[in-house]
Design a protein around this ligand. Sequence first.
Ligand code: PA5
Length: 449
Amino acid sequence: MKKNVVFDYSKAAQYIDGDALKAMKARALEAREVLMGRTGAGNDFLGWIDLPVAYDKDEFARIQKAAAQIREDSDVLVVIGIGGSYLGARAANEFLNHSFYNNLSREERKAPEIYYCGNSISGTYLKHLIEIIGERDFSVNVISKSGTTTEPAIAFRVFKALAEKKYGKEGAAKRIYATTDQKKGALKTLATAEGYESFIVPDDIGGRFSVLTAVGLLPIAASGVDICALMQGAADMRELCLNDAEADDGAVMYAAVRNLFLENGKTVELTTNYEPCFHYVAEWWKQLYGESEGKDRKGLFPASCDFTTDLHSMGQYVQDGARIMFETVVDIQESTDTVVLEAEAEDLDGLNYLTGKDMDFVNRCAMQGTLLAHTDGDVPNLQIHVKDRTAYSLGQLFYFYEYACGVSGYVLGVNPFNQPGVESYKKNMFALLGKPGYEDAREALLARL
Ligand code: PA5
């Protein structure tokens, strides 16, 4: 069994008391029993545990067919969704594809340009996206489990109208792919009425755990990524989590160590990386942990920095500010593309000592030096080693993080699978918008503004 994702707390050893870790590991293993025994809070949302081996093969084949169709007939794919119905696809597509994917020629990319919307309510953003698409052929993948979320619903209303204007109602229906609940919700009703090709968000999988369902798989496959390898990676990590749970370098240990730091007064986990392609994986990770653990006035605040970029902004705080955090460095070990530095006749910038070295070497030295500097500055550094930028390794990483999150939430004593706090802003927004049924709340809110 390949282990392409490895947790490593060796560089934080000086901050970890051996007995305390032993006790926390025992608690994490108990939490794991609750998870696997399906006896904890939110146990009706555990479909993600077996998903990598128990997914619907017929739907998977339909996803691949739809992705091939989109690649063939579309210059642009518009992916509409927010939160768990957005971040996983974007994370995978940015991590696995060319850094300038949308700027490659159609021939090089062999896939449409991909843009995301419905993840904000910015009219400017949507207007600019419409301008970028121009007269070109496009398809839409609208993703919403509930089918009623305001941000994607607004964006879909706009793109549905655009598609119908360009292709006619029937033509548009062939270019709109809906990923939503199997039976209920406004989007499901519309998809059935209009005859859109539809994919399912399973009842027992919450948005932030849904990247390996059609939610993530269709836009990922549309970009040309090998989704079979992605699923295989997740399946192999599931095997490791199920059969080697006590491993010192596994997901349960990650859950234990982060909870130990929380109990020792750290309130922030800062996930850092040295590859720009990781940015949206960190965004996905923040949602996974923030929405799963931030409740009942508990939980580590999940933050992220992109290094070395942010060493020139947040680096000062990390090195020297309030000692509230520990850092988890994601180390992507192998790369396929790099640049080798050449000598210059006049060494004005003083970089000739790096002649013949590639930028990965420079980046690795930056990573190692930063790790030691932050450790010296009293920021314990954990590491997650990821072998490479392949779909297989990303599948392992997605599952690793999800499994650790389930265990970690139960160690913390919360329900990791609900998100009651997300509703509060929506109620206020609906009241201020004048949505019927919110009249009383509206008066009270207006008095406070
Ligand atoms: O994790 C979650 O449940 C949320 O982030 C949702 O995914 C997000 O609010 C979008 O919801 P929906 O898919 O119903 O539009």
